[in-house]
Write a protein that binds this ligand. Structure first.
Ligand code: HEC
Ligand code: HEC
Length: 286
């Protein structure tokens, strides 16, 4: 993370510690590890400069614009500013927005906010993320409303409650859990012409991302010849941190600035999960 962002968070964290219980402190610490690591909400919600570079000092005050045929979506301000951010939302309202895609006014949050994957987030991790959001510095920044040329679903499924994460001892299952809350497959799964993910081709890659970096194509993460077959664990872990086999850095928009903070045992679980995927041919053009 950028130094400025970390400093701002640290100051507030200290202020918070003065008034809160040990449990709150642990919760915020877990939230910080997730948010500045595998969960990486900031990769979409952080303020961006003209070249698309993250501006960490402005925090989660609204960031990426997704200009696709089915929609032009703007990632909103999710700092605690009461007017332009989520400052007036209760914890329950925030939880419903993040895990079920429903705002306090009942409207539906559209893609590419990865609700399908966040539905599997545990109650404890959701609470940790909310605790972290609450101690971020409020930033005033009004973000434009998204426009969708496709009908949004009336909901993403029944209300979600009582979710527990699998035990980290179940390495592959826990890796799948991390991949879900890390929304890896939101990018690494092909979409149909309506912009919906083709979940039967999970991990087959092929989505194209255009930006100031030119063009990048999400790779095939399955153990197929056109994917990660033959890669060793170290090579895959290094790639998730942003460095390819040839030593060169990958292009955006994968959340490398966040994923590089994933700890060794979580990284091991993620890599084990990728190895368990059904091998599929690459879904993009070669
Ligand atoms: C892939 C990009 C992406 C990621 C990752 C992402 N979001 Fe979003 N989020 C969006 C977009 C785009 C919208 C707005 C969609 C719309 O306008 O309907 C949104 C909307 C929201 C809203 C509704 C805010 C409002 O004012 O309407 C909240 C709250 C939110 N996101 C929180 C989060 C949190 C917390 C995370 C991480 C756990 C996260 N988002 C991860 C893209 C993303
Ligand atoms: C926002 C979109 C996005 C997200 C989220 C994302 N990726 Fe990626 N990923 C990409 C793109 C695009 C590339 C190729 C970049 C390039 O070619 O320079 C890539 C490359 C990779 C590679 C390199 C594979 C190869 O064949 O070289 C691996 C491994 C990988 N991603 C794993 C993951 C994992 C695991 C996660 C979740 C923790 C994840 N990605 C989340 C877009 C994404």
């Amino acid at each position: 993370m950028g130094t400025l962002f970390r400093m701002a968070t640290g100051v507030l964290l200290m202020a918070q510690i003065g008034t809160s219980s040990g449990q709150d402190v642990a919760r915020i610490a877990r939230g910080k590890y997730l948010m500045e690591g595998v969960v990486a909400c900031g990769n979409c919600h952080i303020a961006r400069g003209e070249k698309g570079e993250p501006i960490f000092s402005r925090g989660l005050s609204g960031g990426m614009v997704f200009d696709e045929p089915p929609f032009k979506a703007y990632a909103p301000n999710i700092t605690p500013d009461p007017e332009t951010g989520i400052g007036k939302w209760t914890d329950a309202q925030l939880g419903k927005a993040i895990r079920e895609g429903i705002r306090p006014d009942g409207s539906i949050i559209g893609p590419p906010m990865p609700i399908e994957f966040y539905r599997r987030m545990s109650d404890a991790d959701l609470a940790a993320i909310i605790a972290y959001l609450r101690v971020q510095p409020p930033v005033k920044n009004a973000v434009e409303k998204s426009k969708y040329n496709i009908p949004l679903p009336p909901n993403y499924g029944p209300a979600v409650k009582g979710i527990r994460a699998p035990s980290p001892k179940e390495t592959i299952k826990y890796g799948e859990y991390l991949a879900n809350i890390g929304h890896c497959m939101e990018c690494h799964t092909p979409r149909d012409e309506k912009g919906m993910l083709q979940l039967t081709r999970l991990g087959a890659g092929g989505q194209v991302f255009k930006g100031p970096w030119g063009e990048s194509v999400a790779r095939n993460l399955t153990p197929h010849e056109s994917g990660l077959k033959g890669w060793n664990k170290t090579e895959i872990a290094l790639a998730i941190r942003g460095i390819g086999k040839n030593g060169a850095h990958y292009k955006p928009p994968m959340a490398f600035d966040w994923y590089k903070n994933i700890n060794a045992s979580d990284m091991n679980a993620l890599v084990a999960y990728l190895g368990s995927l059904r091998p599929q041919p690459f879904a993009g053009r070669e």
